[in-house]
Design a protein around this ligand. Structure first.
Ligand code: BF8
Length: 493
């Protein structure tokens, strides 16, 4: 089985990367090479590109809203009424209503997401500007009915995070313990196994990706890996079980497991992997039964471990910050102890090889940095999660906390979010979710930086729309900068 590094040797398709490919009907797929090329239906490059962006954003929003919906199902609770109206700043509600992008239907995420697929189908919406407006609407859905709602439900179920010391990187996997890795995003099962494992002296539960980031922030559970290290967790030869829920779980894990004694267990009915064992978790009762079963399996499987010793690097970090730091950040801004807030968020795409860490390190001298998801792991690995200038605020769902910090500071200042020195920086987007989050922050009026071109042909009308036309309505822009030094210059200027 080829590992991630080897699989990456196959370069990405340049046509797809620049979004010049349309596969929304069977007259195609159509490839648009030259400037004036159109598809079989007559769609030009702007329409093709905007449609692809909307579908990408819709998929991202479906992940986050699905996450929230799964927690509601897990706890047998109802979908809340008028959630966006309750959470969004009033002046933005007014603007979004004026622009016709305020999601309004009950259980709206399903309706709007399905509408986005409808609008981008063969022969429906062919106005690239209107399509990109739909992407902003999907961003609002992603932000409130995904990030906010899931964060709030998880806080109610499992408590708010606590500022504490934690440890991360592969070195948290221990050769003297039985290791169970929990991986994915919806932490309902992982929370249960953490509780059950406390009854056994010998079990070491470690996290991977955002389920891991959530457990680290809420309970101090060691975090072994982010998205690009998930295969390495198994390749340590030390992990008895990897139990996964949903999102960012690579199908390659099954093949990697075959080379070791590790058993891969799936728990979410929409995220089965052929070759893995499926143990369905649908509510608290089944979560508890499966947790007990998996601990028993791990104890048995320990006997099959071949490797006898293991050690790797690990880093101490300070974690567990949330929206309650808004007051102290506001004070620091007022007293000019910081020039602004940079939120370093999102994935760690291995296609991005530029050195972003050095730039953020430099910027952290003048700016507070809030960080989540896989980038938080990277900053932690680099020894930057000190809780003084760089603050770990949890999983990607917890980007809601960043939005809430921005909102609270703006309220205190009696200003709009857009008037304050805040920026989102996602240097290495990989997942569709990262793009949806970007559109959410753009809808809030925050500038959003991506370090990888996310399907945009440079110098296209679509790029111009995201950089300049957005400004007119939302007073924000989505821009691309691959060069960390140029990004630094832009921020400082
Ligand atoms: O939600 S940062 S690669 S792990 S999508 Fe996935 Fe991206 Fe990592 Fe968490 Ni977020």
């Amino acid at each position: 089985m080829k590992r991630l590094n080897e699989r990456l040797e196959k370069r990405p398709c340049q046509i797809g990367l620049e979004s010049r490919c349309c596969k929304n009907c069977l007259m195609g797929p159509c490839i648009l090479i030259n400037k004036d090329d159109v598809g079989a239906c007559g769609a030009n490059a702007d329409v093709v590109s905007a449609r692809n962006i909307v579908r990408f954003t819709a998929a991202g929003a479906s992940n986050h809203t699905g996450h929230a919906e799964h927690i509601l199902q897990f706890t047998k609770k109802k979908f809340p009424e008028k959630y966006i109206d309750k959470k969004a700043p009033k002046y933005l509600l007014k603007l979004w209503k004026q622009l016709g992008i305020l999601p309004s239907v009950k259980h709206e995420h399903f309706k709007e997401i399905s509408e986005a697929f409808h609008a981008t189908s063969f022969g429906v919406n062919a106005d690239y500007q209107d399509l990109l407006k739909t992407a902003v609407k999907l961003g609002i859905i992603d932000g409130y009915l995904g990030l906010y709602l899931a964060t709030e439900l998880e806080d109610k179920l499992y408590g708010k995070p606590k500022v504490r010391e934690g440890v991360l990187d592969l070195g948290v996997i221990r050769d003297d313990k039985i290791n169970i890795a929990v991986h994915g995003h919806e932490p309902m099962f992982a929370e249960e196994i953490v509780k059950e494992a406390k009854k056994h002296k010998n079990i070491n539960v470690v996290g991977v990706c955002c389920t891991g980031a959530s457990l680290l922030a809420k309970h101090g559970v060691p975090l072994a890996a982010n998205v690009i290290l998930q295969e390495n967790v198994i390749a340590t030869g030390m992990v008895e079980i990897m139990a996964v829920d949903a999102q960012c779980v690579m199908p390659s894990l099954v093949d990697i497991c075959e080379c070791y004694h590790t058993r891969l267990i799936t728990t979410n009915s929409i995220a089965k992997i052929s070759g893995a064992t499926h143990m369905p978790v649908t509510d608290r009762e089944s979560a508890n039964i499966v947790a007990k079963k998996i601990i028993k399996l791990a104890i048995e499987n320990r006997k099959k471990r071949k490797r006898t010793s293991f050690s790797a690097k690990k880093e101490k970090v300070i974690v567990g910050f949330d929206e309650r730091i808004a007051d102290s950040l506001h004070k620091q801004l007022k007293e000019k102890k910081i020039k602004g807030i940079i939120a370093v968020i999102g994935c760690r795409n291995p296609r991005v090889t530029e050195d972003w860490i050095s730039v953020y390190r430099k910027l952290s001298k003048d700016y507070a940095i809030l960080t989540t998801g896989c980038m938080a792991f990277e900053l932690g690995k680099a020894g930057m999660l000190d809780g003084r200038r760089v603050f770990h605020v949890g999983s990607c769902i917890n980007n809601a906390r960043i939005a809430e910090i921005f909102k609270r500071i703006a309220d205190k200042e009696k200003k709009e979010i857009t008037d304050l020195p805040f920026i989102i920086s996602a240097p290495a987007p990989l997942s569709e979710k990262c793009v949806a989050i970007g559109f959410f922050f753009a809808a809030l009026g925050t500038d959003v930086h991506f370090g990888y071109p996310m399907m945009i042909k440079t110098n296209s009308n679509v790029e111009n729309f995201l950089a300049n036309v957005l400004k007119k309505h939302f007073k924000s822009r989505i821009f691309f900068e691959r060069d960390p030094k140029l990004f630094y210059k832009k921020i400082v200027e």
